[in-house]
Design a protein around this ligand. Structure first.
Ligand code: TPP
Length: 305
């Protein structure tokens, strides 16, 4: 696949779901579903995507889909993959079925991490995609292990006591790669070609694959619904969210950013960072810039190994 024309016109996520206006998660899902190569089962952890696409008695999913708890998406995906394998071994099934698990950052970085680690360690052949809106959005914008340092959330409100979230974002891909899996990558909804190619690769590799996709949330990030894709693009152009992949341990930056914009350009698009622009908080912007620079340098070094 190299042009838009070559993509299937089939939409396996039906319109009419109840995701918020401007939410890029359905866009990510539509891209994902255009990368399929055959029969596929979707495993969906509790989160915005699940609650808003499966409001009883309706469903927006036009392929087999199972809702699982917040914490066990990867465990259920493992079970489905192992189940099909067993049926094939017994001669009761003869077609490869791909399994894709989808979870938010809360379900992935925090509560589902144990199940994900177990599934990666056991080597199940499935793709795990984390859509990262950097908080527990569907329950009221609580901070998660993925929320950026300094961000305002309902559980890290900036004020006299704290200047926003005090901890740094976890390195999900680093954790996944430490399991020695065949494929891991980051993706942004603003770069569809890169995103679809990575999903396809993740499906095709034999063994576990993990994709970490940045999906700006107009409600929680406090930006205009029409700006989500622009924000997702700025995340990459400022090197805040570099696009790279790790194939069998080999790092490659898939979209190098030789002349990055300052991270401020990304931060200032969002109300959740408004307080950082007060003179007494500017040190936090500088700290985020240092974090961004260090991370990108690290990725450049790793990709030269
Ligand atoms: C064990 C457990 N604890 C808490 C909840 C309540 N809960 C449902 S969804 C959710 C947050 C999900 O956040 P995330 O995974 O980031 O997805 P998002 O809502 O942002 O799409 C929480 C806390 C739950 N369903 N199960």
């Amino acid at each position: 696949m190299s042009t838009l024309r070559e993509l299937t016109k089939e939409e396996l996520l039906a319109p009419g779901h109840r995701m918020c206006a401007g939410c890029p998660v359905p866009t990510l899902v539509r891209m994902t579903l255009k990368a399929l190569r055959g029969p596929t089962v979707i495993v969906n952890a509790t989160g915005c995507l699940e609650v808003a696409t499966s409001i009883y008695p309706y469903t927006a999913w036009r392929l087999p889909w199972v809702h699982v708890a917040f914490e066990n998406a990867a465990a259920v995906a493992s079970g489905i993959e192992a189940g099909f394998k067993a049926l094939m071994r017994k001669g009761r099934w003869d077609q490869k079925v791909d399994v894709i698990a989808l979870g938010g950052d809360g379900g992935t970085f925090d509560i589902g991490l144990q199940a994900l680690s177990g599934a990666l360690e056991r080597g199940h052949d499935f793709l795990y995609i984390c859509y990262d809106n950097e908080a527990y959005m569907n329950t009221g914008i609580q901070r998660s292990g993925s929320t950026t340092f300094g961000a305002a959330t309902t559980t890290s409100p900036p004020g006299a006591k704290i200047p926003g979230k005090r901890e740094w974002k976890k390195d999900l891909i680093g954790i996944a790669v430490a399991h020695d899996i065949p494929y891991a990558a980051t993706a942004s909804v603003a770069f569809w070609k890169d995103c679809i190619a990575k999903v396809r690769k993740g499906i095709e590799v034999d063994g576990p694959a993990v994709i970490h996709a940045i999906t700006p949330c107009p409600r929680g990030w406090r930006h205009e619904p029409s700006e989500s894709i622009k924000v997702a693009r700025l995340a990459v152009q400022t090197r805040f969210f570099p696009l790279y992949e790790v194939e069998n341990g080999k790092y490659r930056i898939t979209l190098p950013v030789p002349n990055p914009l300052p991270v401020e350009e990304f931060l200032k698009t969002q109300g959740r960072f408004r307080h950082l622009f007060k003179p007494e908080n500017r040190w936090m912007i500088e700290a985020i810039q240092r974090w961004v620079d260090k991370n990108y340098e690290r990725l450049v070094k790793l990709s030269q190994l």
